[in-house]
Design a protein around this ligand. Structure first.
Ligand SMILES: [Zn+2]
Length: 353
């Protein structure tokens, strides 16, 4: 008999709403996650202490681990510490660095991960990838998808605005990433996973077209759901293709060329996406994207994240090197530095100031 449907790797619990943290203990007690309550909870030293104070009483069987930062060493150390206990699940409670460390450590010790992000800076909160700093700069490590995702919109509303805004850039960049995937399909015959593309595109479009802003819960709900769906799209396709194209290559280039000056991932991806849309000749879409990013206070020009035009040109030129084998509008056009500079000048004119 032919296979009629496929199973989608996805979390067993997705709880996104105001006040969700109050019921975290209940989610964790789900027997599919933890029967005995023996949980390893990874938190940051700073804001993690407050969360620990708030939640420790409702999670008596939990052991709390303070995570230093977002490096591969931090993640390996965390895994080694966790190995000593007999835990049933790992809970990553905090910002992107904590979630990434917890993801990596959970994969290493063979335990499921519950992601409890406290900001919405990027779509890594529910993706099968952990991004960690290593000796060579920054690396992406394949890990299983989280078993549960709990996002408390009251907690998100208290996060620094910068870390919530950045997620808008990452979500919206899906639209450019999908256009790159379609280009690779047309030119190179690369297979598109239609379901993964649909999920990622709808997530990006919902954020792009939502009239609200980070000050209202309705918008935060859509943004959080979009970032979770982006992660699931990546699980469906088995790689980062649905959410990562030229936009992300430009972002990686900034990270690698200017490691000490790089801006937030989502800020760089949003700028990269608006420019990539312009490069592919989608001028109206590019201008619309730039308008929306601006409305949310996100950068759309190199100078707005502290880079000169020359540095931006260098990043765009270098970008294809960051993802060998990924075909995007950058590889397709293979522009010279002169051409990148000219096109950027046109883009700046087109989006207006
Ligand atoms: Zn991203």
């Amino acid at each position: 008999m032919p296979v009629l449907t496929r199973l989608i790797p996805s979390p067993v619990v997705v709880d996104i709403r105001a006040g969700a943290l109050d019921d975290l203990a209940g989610v964790l007690a789900d027997e599919r996650i933890s029967r005995s309550g023996r949980l390893a909870v990874a938190v940051s030293g700073g804001s993690g202490a407050r969360l620990r104070e708030r939640l420790a009483g409702s999670m008596p069987g939990a052991t709390w681990f303070e995570v230093g930062g977002g490096t591969l060493d931090d993640a390996v150390r965390l895994a080694a510490e966790m190995r000593a206990g007999r835990f049933e699940a790992v809970v990553g409670l905090g910002g992107g660095k904590i979630i990434d460390c917890a993801k990596f450590a959970a994969a290493r010790v063979g335990l499921p991960l519950v992601a409890v992000p406290t900001n919405l800076a990027h779509d890594g909160l529910c993706s099968p990838v952990a991004t960690l700093d290593n000796d060579a700069g920054r690396g992406s490590y394949g890990v299983p998808n989280p078993i549960a995702v709990v996002i408390d919109l009251d907690v998100i509303a208290q996060a620094p605005a910068k870390f919530v805004r950045a997620g808008i850039g990452d979500a919206v960049s899906n639209i450019s990433a999908i256009a790159d995937w379609e280009l690779a399909n047309r030119v190179k015959g690369e297979k598109i996973d239609g379901l993964a593309a649909a999920i990622a595109r709808q997530a990006g479009e919902a954020v792009l077209r939502h009239p609200g802003g980070i000050g209202d819960t309705g918008f935060l709900q859509v943004l959080a759901e979009a970032l979770v769906l982006s992660g699931i799209a990546m699980s469906v396709s088995g790689d980062s293709r649905p959410s990562s194209g030229a936009c992300h290559e430009i972002n990686h280039a900034f990270d690698l060329l200017f490691p000490t000056r790089a801006a937030a991932h989502g800020e760089q991806c949003g700028l990269g996406a608006a420019f990539a849309m312009y490069l592919r000749g989608a001028h109206e879409e590019s201008a619309h994207m730039a308008r929306v990013l601006r409305r949310h206070g996100l950068p759309v020009l190199a100078q707005e994240i502290g880079f000169t035009v020359e540095e931006f040109v260098r990043a765009v030129e270098y970008a294809p090197e960051t993802r060998p084998g990924r075909y995007t509008i950058l590889e397709h056009l293979a522009l010279t530095p002169e051409q990148i500079k000219d096109t950027y000048a046109d883009y700046v004119k087109a989006i207006g100031s």
